[in-house]
Design a protein around this ligand. Structure first.
Ligand code: PFF
Length: 467
């Protein structure tokens, strides 16, 4: 099996594909919203510490698991645990988590696609009316866009690792960087933009509390696509001669830079729209920001650059978010594709078709959770309140199982696979890493406080969400 395994063609190809996974709606919208509401520069500082001191070692661990075994997450755990029944559980979790996260993430991406098309049709004004969002997400066109989205994602996946995933990342990621920078430069020239920059960067340490710190951690973990089996799978497509620590650092840095830059787009736009605004009053939700607030901001640009100009900026922004979400979805759906191929011996095409059918049904259920079908809108009662199918998937997989998966990766790598083996994999392709301070830190952190932090987040989430 391993002889026939596909690999990324080049180190830069891998870095762009992994960065394509990491850079998503989380970076472009959730991160700026969280930073705005949680102390600006103070949040940025805590976030950066989490990315580099906690998430980066976990990313190295996931990549090493994949590369050592040349397998999907289920196979990687099975192989390195010597077939232990107990250690099969994280393998299966690393299969179901990406599958279900993909389902709810696809629905939001479908909305982004729908808004983008409306803007291209010249209907930016229509998007700013109060009722539009509610009507759109409950319209039949959501299913049409879902089919279009799935055709694009599965089209890329069907071309394979090098010709599909890597080629798409190499084309789309540079485009994403250039568009983001152009949008930021444009927004910074607008009136009152600097008020937003100030609000974003000046630290307000008084806003830091346990909740904010745990939010920063969860955001960093999600943003780097950890706990979803993605980095294990992408690790299995890495070449032995490439450095895992070096590549992981490049991915984490790119992801963080994009998130930071997105803040320089969102905050100045908000202050240009309303210089008197108190960002603390903004909604916490990314969906509220993307679909309710930002269209109004873009429309307000028509006073300075006309309706066509405002529409062009809005279209560029939605296109940016769409591309970021697309490359993330490609990476996450590759995980079950790899599992079906490695574990069930299916061909890439067979795996894609089987998954697409199930995923379409579940994504449609998520999409219908906002009023189209009562039984999905009030799917379960959790902690005394009704939750929709969409909410359930988000709470269960994103909020709860993600940190659990991270915790299991740390324990597995250090205590089951053993760190001498892990170290050997990290130094393969990076002899300079051997014996370095970074190596000592990574081993120590993964074996001690990182699992403790992830365990605390897991317990805290269970207590908050389920009781
Ligand atoms: N890193 C992605 C983000 O920040 O949006 C997380 C992600 C979500 C990856 C959904 C893949 C995915 F399908």
């Amino acid at each position: 099996m391993s002889a026939a395994r596909e690999h990324f063609g080049s180190r830069i190809g891998f870095i762009l594909a992994a960065a394509g996974s990491a850079v998503g709606i989380g970076n472009l919208v959730s991160f700026p919203v969280a930073a705005t509401k949680s102390g600006g520069g103070a949040f940025l500082l805590v976030y950066a510490l989490f990315v580099f001191l906690i998430c980066l070692p976990v990313m190295m661990a996931e990549l090493a698991l994949g590369r050592r075994t040349d397998k999907d997450p289920v196979g990687a755990y099975r192989h390195l645990s010597g077939g232990s029944k107990l250690w099969r559980i994280p393998g299966w979790l690393a299969l179901f988590t990406p599958f279900m996260i993909a389902v709810f993430y696809m629905v939001v991406t479908v909305w982004v696609l729908g808004y983008m098309v409306e803007i291209f049709k010249g209907n930016l004004t229509g998007l700013t009316t109060e009722a539009y969002f509610g009507e759109f997400i409950n319209s039949k066109s959501v299913f049409v866009y879902l089919v279009v989205l799935m055709l694009i994602i599965n089209g890329v996946l069907s071309m394979g690792v090098r010709d599909g995933i890597e080629r798409a990342a190499k084309t789309l990621m540079p485009l994403l960087f250039v568009m983001l920078v152009c949008l930021v430069l444009f927004v910074l020239t607008q009136e009152n933009a600097l008020l937003g920059v100030k609000y974003y960067l000046i630290p307000d340490f008084a806003k830091l509390n346990a909740e904010v710190v745990s939010k920063a951690m969860a955001q960093a973990f999600f943003s780097l696509s950890l706990g979803m089996g993605i980095m294990i799978t992408y690790g299995s497509y890495m070449k032995k001669r490439d450095s895992i620590p070096g590549s992981a650092k490049a991915v984490a840095l790119t992801d963080t830079l994009v998130a930071f830059t997105a803040g320089l787009l969102i905050l100045p736009s908000i202050f240009h729209f309303n210089p008197q605004i108190d960002p603390a009053t903004l909604s916490d939700s990314s969906a509220g920001m993307i679909f309710l607030f930002l269209p109004k901001i873009f429309l307000s640009l028509q006073d300075t650059i006309g309706y066509f100009g405002a529409s062009a900026i809005a279209a560029a922004f939605f296109f940016l978010v769409f591309v970021a979400a697309l490359t993330s979805l490609v990476s996450i759906i590759e995980v079950p594709v790899a599992t079906l191929r490695d574990e069930r011996g299916m061909s890439r095409k067979q795996a894609i078709i089987v998954l697409a059918v199930v995923q379409f049904v579940l994504a449609a259920f998520c999409a219908m959770s906002f009023g189209m079908a009562d039984w999905l809108t009030q799917f379960v009662k959790i902690a005394g309140s009704d939750k929709s199918f969409f909410d359930l998937v988000e709470i269960l997989f994103y909020d709860t199982i993600l940190p659990l998966n991270g915790l299991l990766v740390c324990i597995f790598v250090i205590y089951k696979w053993k760190w001498a083996n892990f170290d050997q994999e990290l130094t393969e392709g990076d002899s300079g890493f051997a014996g370095s301070l970074s190596q000592k830190y990574v081993n120590f952190a993964l074996g001690t406080f990182i699992p403790v932090i992830l365990l605390l987040i897991f317990i805290n989430t269970v207590a908050l969400k389920f009781f």
